[in-house]
Write a protein that binds this ligand. Structure first.
Ligand code: ADP
Length: 488
């Protein structure tokens, strides 16, 4: 039967309710009782009105027709029964048995058999049994009765009503047609009640499963946040731990270099090893610095110091400071600008890191005899800085991925260029922190052009620096660090 109804009405029963059966039963009982309370109030008011009508309008009819007297008494009896139901129910407030199905079953039966009586009584008066029909339809839509409850309720009422009809109606044709009507309508009410019950059950389960997965997600989220905090602390800690011995190695190497120079000791092999030590120290310093920075960016505590500064001067200074190094690598180097001066709000330190990163990549990926161009121009209220090379270029299918962290075009152990794959992702973050953008035009075998776009804006709240301090002032170390991946 249930399979047939499922097939017809699509009320699937194949969901797992085992965990929630008790919860759903409690919930359903509570809702049914609440609805009975509301219905009870409506019926009390309705009966009061009916009693008034009985007393005023139907009073003369009661003399000649006993059915009107039955109506009058039934209204009074139901009014009293509902009042008693309320009293009984209210006296139990706070008690657990308040959730008992007993309350709504009592209520249903009071209403149902009142309507059965009214219906049968009306048969005498007008030959219509509407009160019973209205009642079972109302119960099947307003309350959530499980199939067994609904079946018992409707089945017993059908027997009582049909029994009453047999007793009242003498014309067989009318009797059969009324019995068929009552049976069909009761069956229809049973089906409505069934659909009502199962759709509520299905919704309940659905809400429960959503709530369960939400709390599961929250738990996972909390764990992830905890993991993120631990990871950030770990990075900060490990960077510090790596830096300390590295600084000792680096200063020892520098001391050795100074001591050897002071003593006039000039040995090619020793100088070569010292240089190797120095360059690899720079590489480690760069790697640790980059790791620390991406960690800070992830933890969103990477500070940007906006200052109104001359971007042309910043780019020119940084470019010029590496010119000699680039040319030493056998590359031609050109700097060009459309503008003499352009004051914008930016972070000089970060611009320098962006430029050093792009320039070191250009040098790294361009063979001897190639060229590197740096160009600045204005476009649509933006300052565009282009770093272009005639190097190896990037395959078109990978070009959009190179800004991803740890992404390298050549991932093989035997790759010809050193690097960690952090540089461009860091550059992208540094550019975006200044409300800018970066993209690349490239062709495999022909070269690449990285274009940094910064908004041409000035802040009125911050100071202006026309001549930002040059990178050459004590920052040669930074160039050595940023270019440390490039070997002779
Ligand atoms: P890495 O430290 O490995 O250079 P980057 O994030 O700076 O990491 O660059 C990621 C990858 O993008 C590089 O490994 C390289 O394959 C490619 N790439 C970056 N710049 C250039 C360039 N100017 N020419 C060709 N390929 C480049």
């Amino acid at each position: 039967m249930s399979k047939l109804l499922n097939y017809i009405f699509g009320t699937s029963m194949d969901f797992n309710m085992t965990n929630y059966v008790n919860e759903f039963e409690e919930y359903r009982t509570l809702i049914n009782i609440k609805r009975c309370e509301k219905l009870g109030k409506v019926i009390l008011i309705l009966n009061l009105i009916l009693i008034l009508v009985d007393i005023t309008v139907y009073k003369p009819m009661r003399i000649g027709n006993v059915s009107y007297s039955y109506l009058f008494y039934s209204h009074i009896i139901v009014f009293i029964l509902i009042l008693l139901w309320f009293a009984f129910f209210k006296l139990r407030i706070g008690c657990r048995s308040k959730k008992s199905k007993f309350y709504y079953h009592i209520f249903i039966n009071i209403i149902l058999y009142w309507c059965v009586f009214m219906g049968l009584n009306a048969m005498y008066i007008s030959g219509k049994i509407f009160a019973y029909f209205i009642c079972i339809l109302l119960l099947s839509t307003v309350l959530y009765l499980n199939p067994l409850e609904a079946f018992i309720t409707y089945f017993i009422s059908i027997i009582v009503v049909n029994g009453g009809l047999i007793f009242i109606i003498s014309n067989l044709n009318v009797l059969y047609s009324d019995i068929i009507n009552v049976t069909i309508l009761s069956l229809f009410s049973f089906i409505v009640s069934y659909i009502n019950f199962f759709s509520r059950k299905k919704n309940f389960l659905y809400e429960k499963s959503i709530m369960a997965s939400r709390s599961e997600l929250e738990l996972v989220n909390q764990k992830l946040q905890q993991y993120e905090r631990e990871k950030t602390d770990f990075y900060a800690n490990i960077s510090h731990e790596l830096k300390t011995p590295l600084n000792v190695i680096f200063s020892s190497e520098q001391m050795m270099e100074i001591t050897l120079n002071e003593n006039g000791y000039n040995n090619l092999k020793i100088n070569k090893y010292l240089k190797m030590m120095k360059q690899n120290s720079y590489r480690l310093i760069r790697l640790i610095g980059n790791l620390n920075d991406i960690n800070k960016i992830d933890a969103t505590n990477f500070e940007v110091k906006f200052i109104n500064s001359d971007i042309i001067k910043i780019i020119e200074d940084i470019t010029m400071s590496v010119a000699e190094f680039v040319e030493d690598k056998g590359l031609s180097f050109t700097f060009d600008t459309e503008l003499e001066e352009k004051i914008i709000s930016c972070d000089q330190d970060k611009i320098e890191r962006i430029m050093l990163n792009l320039l070191s990549n250009a040098v790294k990926f361009t063979d001897k005899g190639g060229s590197i161009f740096v160009n600045i121009y204005l476009e649509h209220n933006n300052v565009c800085i282009s770093v272009k090379d005639t190097g190896i270029g990037i395959p078109s299918n990978i070009k959009d991925l190179i800004f991803d962290r740890f992404m390298q075009v050549d991932k093989s152990m035997s790759r010809s260029h050193e690097g960690s794959g952090i540089g461009l992702s860091l550059v992208k973050s540094l550019v975006e922190m200044q409300n800018g953008n970066i993209y690349v035009n490239t062709k495999l075998g022909e070269g690449s052009e990285f274009i940094v776009i910064l908004p041409d804006t000035m802040s009125s709240e911050i100071e202006s620096v026309k001549n930002p301090c040059s990178i050459v002032d004590g920052q040669v170390e930074r160039i050595n660090i940023e270019f440390s991946d490039i070997y002779d």
